[in-house]
Design a protein around this ligand. Structure first.
Ligand code: PLP
Length: 380
């Protein structure tokens, strides 16, 4: 029986180049902060990796701050820019309604514990932020806004957000974007976007789990979350994870199979619509990530579908948070106008560079039975 993985937005296989890089570096002795030969050698590998990442996203090497995850990069950026703003009397945090929990939750924490006023920008039915709503917020609250954080591409629907427009509207207000899903999938230029801060994560691009980066504009000083040895511009202390960092850089140099991924996604959508004429494909169909498809199957429960798919050897996802083993209705789909019921009838299929036509054919071969059983279970 094949085992099919269509959850590349959750994590994607480590690339051979990244595997080779981490395996080699794991055998090298030396703390990159040590001044002796061993330390300097590891430091050189880390700095080479920093340059690679910088080149990929068009920023200066000194603007790359390595972190342990995309989540950590988001937390450092949001909390740091908020605290920086608050020291100048600004206490408003603006985010979109469709952010990943790694922004939603720190934003809520700033509100609950640090005196932030939290304002959320609505999205359209297509899953794109409402720029008129953002403009109204900036017109009304501009001088009080410490940070605006809007994701570059949504992890559940794949919809891209108009970040250049956000930055243009923001003027002097610091803008952070969570580009964890966009990096390597679509063009991404930190300098061209004119951002203050941007988050990346290695395991979404074929690098190891547990390594990420915050791209933070030169000369922007923000308070640290972690204090200690003063690494990474004193913003993120902690001995650098050299093996994961070099593997992150190796993955960043791999070619993303964009044409193949787009073809698989388009074929999947075409065939799913033929098989189930009542499905809804969620999110805008242009300006989107190549690999993500979010589908509502009316009359089903996504939890049941996931179990049935898993039994049929297909790993997909709802894309939304899971608490105590139960999937909540997706806040992203709810923000786009779905009801609780339709949001809970939706699945995310995400293709990656290693996805094949055989994978696609297998999924399509098991779907009719899975959906029929899912619908039957839902009427019981
Ligand atoms: N932001 C987005 C949009 C994501 O999709 C994810 C991971 O799912 C994260 C942040 C968190 O990244 P990490 O898994 O590296 O903590």
């Amino acid at each position: 029986m094949p085992s099919i993985y269509v959850d590349h937005a959750a994590t994607t296989p480590m690339s051979p180049a990244a595997f080779e890089a981490i395996s080699t570096q794991l055998q090298v002795l030396g703390n990159p902060s040590s001044l002796h030969t061993h330390g300097r050698s590891t430091r050189k590998s880390v700095e080479d990796a920093r340059e690679v990442i910088a080149k990929q996203v068009h920023c200066l090497p000194s603007e790359v701050i390595f972190t342990a995850s995309g989540t950590e990069a988001n937390n450092i950026a949001l909390k740091g820019l908020y605290w920086q703003g608050r020291s100048q009397g600004k206490n408003v945090v603006v985010i979109s309604a469709i952010e990943h929990h790694a922004i939603l939750d720190p934003a809520q924490w700033l509100k609950d514990h640090e005196g932030a006023e939290l304002i959320t920008v609505d999205v359209t039915a297509d899953g794109v932020i409402d720029l008129v709503s953002l403009k109204n917020i900036i017109d009304k609250k501009g001088s009080e806004i410490a940070v605006i954080s809007i994701m570059h591409a949504n992890n559940e629907t794949g919809t891209l957000q108009p970040i250049s427009d956000v930055v243009a509207m923001a003027g002097q207000i610091p803008v952070h974007t969570d580009a964890v899903q966009s990096f390597k999938k679509i063009p991404l230029s930190f300098s061209q976007l004119g951002l203050y801060a941007m988050s990346l994560s290695a395991h979404k691009i074929g690098g190891p789990l547990g390594i990420g980066a915050l791209i933070l504009k030169r000369a922007v000083e923000i308070p640290a979350l972690l204090h200690g040895g003063g690494q990474e511009r004193e913003i993120r202390s902690g001995t650098l994870n050299a093996p994961s960092i070099v593997a992150f850089a190796a993955a960043a140099q791999d070619e993303y199979q964009i044409a193949q991924v787009i073809e698989l996604r388009n074929e999947f959508i075409k065939q799913v619509k033929e098989q189930f004429p009542d499905v809804i494909i969620n999110g805008k169909n242009v300006d989107r990530l190549p690999g993500i498809v979010n589908v509502t199957f009316p009359g089903t429960q996504s939890d049941t579908l996931l179990l049935l798919l898993d039994k049929a050897n297909v790993s997909a996802s709802t894309g939304s948070a899971c608490s105590a083993g139960v999937h909540e209705a997706s806040h992203v789909l709810l923000a786009m106008g779905h009801t609780q019921q339709s949001a809970q009838s939706s699945l995310r299929f995400s293709f990656g560079s290693t996805s094949t036509h055989d994978d696609l054919n297998f999924i399509l071969s098991v779907l009719p039975d899975v959906i029929a059983r899912g619908r039957a279970a839902n009427t019981k």
